[in-house]
Design a protein around this ligand. Structure first.
Ligand SMILES: NC(=O)c1ccc[n+]([C@@H]2O[C@H](COP(=O)([O-])OP(=O)(O)OC[C@H]3O[C@@H](n4cnc5c(N)ncnc54)[C@H](O)[C@@H]3O)[C@@H](O)[C@H]2O)c1
Length: 286
């Protein structure tokens, strides 16, 4: 979508971090923006701070784990702005790693927000964008954790692998309809992701912190440090705006040799296993 000015956008997780930066960049590009978030005070503060930016920025309370809540937030957006063109399914939470204490509540919470939340956004807005026929773009926030297994046995990585796959499949299907898809795959970004427990609904049980001395605890501490020294969310948002305008599927905000090396190692392992399988098959035929 080259021409954003005068159109409207909906951004989940818009009260903080990458979602807030996306909201600001979209507003600066002349879009009307609805920020949707579960954290009401932060949402109100976010909307207030963007009051003088661009056209119009509003907020709506929304829990992306609940399809009805997403539908109601969509209705509020149509009532406020008319047609919506850009949808950023960005809300996400970290948590749920390790093999020592495999908590179903942790896994359910992370998958409900990071995976089902994205699905609820697509399911709600895609029919609307198709029906108005003015074109559109869907941005799904995944992660580099959606492309390699460096985080180990992790609900977070599992959710992000799914978001990458959903986005690739969706892009192929809706390109002919004039609707673009971008999957955002950042490395570490300076946000409040390591404080995700602040928004954990009671139905998923209390937040569980791993023993700092365990391998899961060490990983959590390492990730917190990497997030603290991570990329500015505004840099990430700027790259997403370019991807929307250029209709690019992937946004890789971190592309140095280390990140690239992890991907190459994964792909090389998969291809080597296929070669081995092919060689075994050839042996059985001979
Ligand atoms: N920060 C990083 O290093 C990093 C790296 C890769 C991907 N990401 C992804 O970026 C996205 C944004 O996270 P962030 O880093 O800006 O963190 P953040 O905690 O600063 O922002 C996340 C936002 O999502 C909201 N949220 C949480 N649960 C919700 C729910 N059920 N319904 C609606 N909103 C909800 C939070 O209130 C918060 O405003 C996430 O999908 C995250 O997985 C972050």
């Amino acid at each position: 979508m080259r021409d954003l000015a005068g159109k409207a956008a909906f951004v989940t997780g818009g009260a903080s971090g990458i979602g807030f930066a996306l909201g600001r960049r979209l507003a600066e590009a002349g879009m009307k923006v609805m920020l949707a978030d579960i954290e009401v005070d932060a949402l109100n503060a976010a909307v207030e701070s963007l009051r003088d930016v661009g056209q119009e920025v509003r907020g709506v309370t929304c829990d992306v784990t609940d399809p009805v809540s997403v539908e109601m937030a969509a209705k509020a957006s149509y009532d406020a702005f008319g047609n919506i063109h850009v949808v950023c399914n960005n809300a996400g939470v970290g948590g749920g790693s390790g093999i020592d204490d495999i908590s179903l509540e942790n896994w359910r919470w992370v998958l409900d927000v990071n995976l089902m939340g994205v699905l609820h956004g697509i399911r709600t807005f895609l029919p609307h964008i198709r029906a108005h026929g003015e074109g559109g773009h869907i941005v799904n926030t995944a992660s580099m954790a959606g492309l390699n297994s460096g985080m180990g046995f992790s609900a977070y990585s599992a959710s992000k692998f799914a978001v990458v796959n959903m986005s690739e499949g969706l892009a192929a299907r809706i390109k002919p309809l004039g609707i673009g898809v971008t999957v955002l795959c950042p490395g570490f970004v300076r946000t409040r992701i390591t404080e995700s427990g602040r928004n954990r609904p009671a139905r998923y049980g209390p937040s569980q912190k791993p023993d700092p001395a365990s391998s899961a605890g060490t990983l959590v501490a390492q990730i917190a440090e990497l997030v603290r020294s991570g990329l500015d969310p505004d840099d990430v948002a700027a790259q997403v705006l370019t991807a929307i305008r250029e209709n690019e599927l992937y946004v890789f905000t971190h592309h140095d040799a280390d990140w690239r090396g992890e991907l190459e190692a994964r792909f090389a392992g998969i291809l080597a296993a296929m070669d081995k399988a092919a060689a075994r098959h050839a042996e059985t035929l001979s």
